[in-house]
Write a protein that binds this ligand. Structure first.
Ligand code: GLV
Ligand code: MN
Ligand code: MN
Ligand code: MN
Length: 394
């Protein structure tokens, strides 16, 4: 039963906000990883690690090849919802239970994965585990990434990351990630389950605004070089440039130094998250924004530098696999693009990949308001079970 297994996870890492603080390799996420191992053991599924922080529970020996993998991630954004990530892992185990319950014996191995640091909430680079597994990030660069306390990813992992694992990638025949929908497409279409066909190109850029720290009470307004002004301009300009292009731009994280009410800051750092339907539009948005902000910095007597932290190109999932999933799930299943990033997007460059989305009645995600009903989650499990059976048998 979905509700019973789900209830085991609910208290782990829940904050007073009702949202979750499940950062990669911290105590709550480690508790979830322990839970993963217990679930795998209860199902006689050996767990293998890939040396990058990712866990895989196997029904059958992956070395046999053509393996069908499902799964997702346990980590959350700060005060994120319960479903983003864990739903895909819980559904993976329950789909295997469903197949076993009806006596299905797959011809190819079936696995459930838990990828590390999907959100980039601790070390800044999203999909870090899947990027390492596929060689999309240099292991030494990943090991050196630091969290807010200066702890490196390598130290948190307890060893240098292994990097690209061709043996594992070569054993995979398909990856199907189930995820709560992070928008209102399924609600609007009155569908409990949809198929993910593409991911918008997206990225994170760090904007550092530098001015002159000074006294809030004694510095004449005309003498100021206040980086907060340039930052505020940048937030408004990002919003405007995104709207003009039907794109999305967000500044959800900001840091001021010295962060005192009565001091003009010397530095403000803001992180831009920008996404668009195609790469050209995303590039144009960034170019236009950087141009405007640089001009504004000139007027404010400040300086701005822009550093890309991670940029992911457009992902088109395997069209044949997406069509197959839609057929298996049932007539009229919506096939949708999404603006959210996923490990599936990283894996799709190496393995035929597609996604299943479960309806989210609020449409809200990365927030405690994220939701999916138990009944829809059961439908998601049934859809995933049908997909795994179709892909692993015959
Ligand atoms: C991951 O959830 C993202 O921000 O797309
Ligand atoms: Mn997320
Ligand atoms: Mn997610
Ligand atoms: Mn994500």
């Amino acid at each position: 039963m979905f509700a019973d297994l789900w209830a085991e996870l609910a208290p782990i890492g829940r904050a007073d906000s009702g949202g979750y603080l499940r950062f990669a390799l911290t105590e709550p996420e480690t508790a979830l990883r322990d839970w993963f191992r217990r679930q795998a053991a209860a199902r006689d599924m050996p767990v293998r690690e890939d040396g990058n922080g990712n866990l895989f529970a196997w029904w059958g020996d992956p070395a046999a090849g053509g393996a069908v993998l499902t799964g997702s991630h346990f980590d959350s954004v700060p005060h994120g919802g319960a479903y983003d990530g864990p739903l895909g892992i819980v559904s993976g185990f329950l789909a295997i239970d469903a197949l076993r319950g009806r006596g299905v014996t797959p011809d190819r191995p079936v696995g459930v994965a838990a990828f590390v640091e999907e959100e980039g909430g601790r070390f800044g680079v999203p999909c870090l585990g899947s990027r390492l597994l596929t060689g999309a990030i240099d292991p030494a660069a990943a090991a050196a990434l630091t969290d807010a306390d200066g702890v490196t990813f390598g130290a948190a992992l307890g060893a240098p990351p292994a990097g690209r694992r061709d043996d594992l990638l070569g054993a995979l025949g398909a990856y199907v990630e189930l995820h709560v929908e992070q928008g209102r497409n399924l609600v609007d279409r009155d569908a409990a389950v949809g198929v993910g066909a593409a991911i918008w190109p997206h990225g994170r850029w760090r904007f550092t605004f530098t001015g002159e720290g000074d006294h809030a009470g004694t510095t004449r307004m005309t003498d100021r070089r206040d980086p907060m002004l340039t930052y505020a301009f940048a937030v408004l300009a990002a919003n405007k440039e995104a709207r003009l292009r039907g794109a999305h731009a967000t500044v959800g994280r900001v840091r001021a130094h010295p962060n005192a009410t009565n001091a003009i800051p010397s530095t403000v750092t803001g992180w831009l998250d920008a996404r668009a339907a195609d790469t050209g539009t995303l590039d144009e948005l960034l170019d236009a924004l950087v141009k405007k902000v640089t001009e504004r910095a000139g007027r404010d007597g400040t300086a701005v530098s822009v550093t890309p932290e991670s940029v992911t190109g457009v992902v088109d999932f395997d069209p044949a696999l997406a069509a197959r999933l839609a057929r298996v799930v049932g007539d009229g299943t919506p096939v949708l693009p999404t603006g959210a990033g996923h490990d599936a997007g990283v894996l799709s460059a190496h393995v035929p990949t597609a996604m299943l989305f479960v309806r989210n009645p609020t449409g809200v995600s990365h927030s405690p308001a994220e939701h999916a009903t138990d009944a829809d989650c059961e439908r998601g499990v049934a859809a995933l079970a049908a997909a795994l059976e179709d892909l692993s048998c015959g």
